[in-house]
Design a protein around this ligand. Sequence first.
Ligand SMILES: Nc1nc2c(ncn2[C@@H]2O[C@H](COP(=O)(O)OP(=O)(O)O)[C@@H](O)[C@H]2O)c(=O)[nH]1
Ligand SMILES: [Mg+2]
Ligand SMILES: [Zn+2]
Length: 230
Amino acid sequence: MEIKVVANVLKLNDEVAALNRRALAEAGVACLNIMGSPGCGKTALLEATLPRLRPALKIGVIAGDIATTRDAERLAHLCDGVTQINTGGSCHLDANQVRQGLANLDLHALDLVIIENVGNLICPVTFDLGQGAKMGLFSVPEGADKPAKHPRIVLEADLLVLTKTDLLPHVPFDKTIFDADLRSLRDDVTLIETSVVSGAGLDAWCQWVRRFVDERKGVQARQVSQSRTE
Ligand SMILES: Nc1nc2c(ncn2[C@@H]2O[C@H](COP(=O)(O)OP(=O)(O)O)[C@@H](O)[C@H]2O)c(=O)[nH]1
Ligand SMILES: [Mg+2]
Ligand SMILES: [Zn+2]
């Protein structure tokens, strides 16, 4: 009985996620769902790179947190629209919350919506939000064993980022173990190593984002024209 209830919740979520995906496709907006533990550097990465990605890309942000509007406040002046979703205790965003967040953004004026998910590496991975790509963050001070302990994000992410590499000389972090665990889970995974302090990897991340937006818009345009001829 328990299992059936959980399955129904996820089924309903998936139906709303499909509506989100369709709304994004019709507006021609790519969407990236960023997941990582609390404090791994999700907002800091956006603060450091949104000014480089704009104005060429018009970017909206949906920030998910249990409480406060602090991330939205940090990002408001750096993007073309921001919505904060307070989950009121829930440890992940669901598709319905994102649907409300999307309704608060002027999608036709955007190229990309970035979702900063609630800081957590467990259930956010299981909730489809309608995104076109998932990105997982690990940070150096969390320790090298986190990919092995959180295999699902490694298996499902379109991009992984290792943040805070400026701290490598200062904290014990066995990069050999980190890399070996990643590769044993997924040989083909793309990993970008970043630091907002040294600036390392920020260009590579921006390049990845630009390419993702281009490719995603191409896929969406084909899907929309195909659905109109059906
Ligand atoms: N040394 C260092 N600290 C960082 C880096 N990125 C973020 N931080 C710090 O880590 C803390 C949490 O960052 P934040 O972006 O709020 O994390 P979030 O909870 O994942 O959004 C803040 O004190 C940041 O200044 C980095 O690349 N290097
Ligand atoms: Mg944040
Ligand atoms: Zn949760």
